[in-house]
Design a protein around this ligand. Sequence first.
Ligand code: DGI
Ligand code: FE
Ligand code: FE
Length: 200
Amino acid sequence: MNEIIEYKENIFPGTRDELISLVRSKLSTKRFEHVLRVEQTALDLSKQHQNVDLEKVSIAALVHDYAKERSNDDFINKIKEKHLDQDLLNWNNAIWHGVVGPEFIKDELRIYDEEVLDAVRYHTTGNAYMTTLAKLIYMADYLEPHRDFPGVEDARNLTYHDLDAGVIYQTWHTLKYLIEKKSLIYPATILTYNSWVAKH
Ligand code: DGI
Ligand code: FE
Ligand code: FE
């Protein structure tokens, strides 16, 4: 069953249905359905936490992959136009859709809430400091019902019991996976690992 949050805080200037239509218009059906599953997973995980703004959870989840299907040129132009860190030009869609995604979200969806935008910025790499909202989006993206990797059921149980333990689990497993593939590691991914996983 789907949980429908009514928007009352004007974080997005419109209804949830209007936001959903805008997001749907920029994504493939497959990715749009992923986004809806992330929203429901994040709302479900939120039940374990006090003082979480469910409207922010819904909005951050619905927009977390908003920019994922933009071209490389769209990202390069945005990075230049907004005078973002030029080092971003050395990266690719995997990093850009999270870190640069908020520029599209501000410009096209008129969502300016910095906690929501940070949850999007950190959803791929995590961050040394994350609010509960950012942790919920980071984990819901990793654990939504269609995610299927060895250990996913353990990761779900762990995260429902202890959100920070889930963040540690994902950060460690993702970094191991990237290193095994000999992928480039984005510096924020290392900083997340240092803060959350490494024993000081
Ligand atoms: O956008 P989604 O597919 O829903 O999920 P996501 O935004 O968490 O992206 C996941 C991918 O991003 C996953 O395959 C791992 C990759 N990723 C995360 N951190 C890094 C990274 N890729 C590189 N090259 N470097 C990183 O530091
Ligand atoms: Fe993503
Ligand atoms: Fe996602």
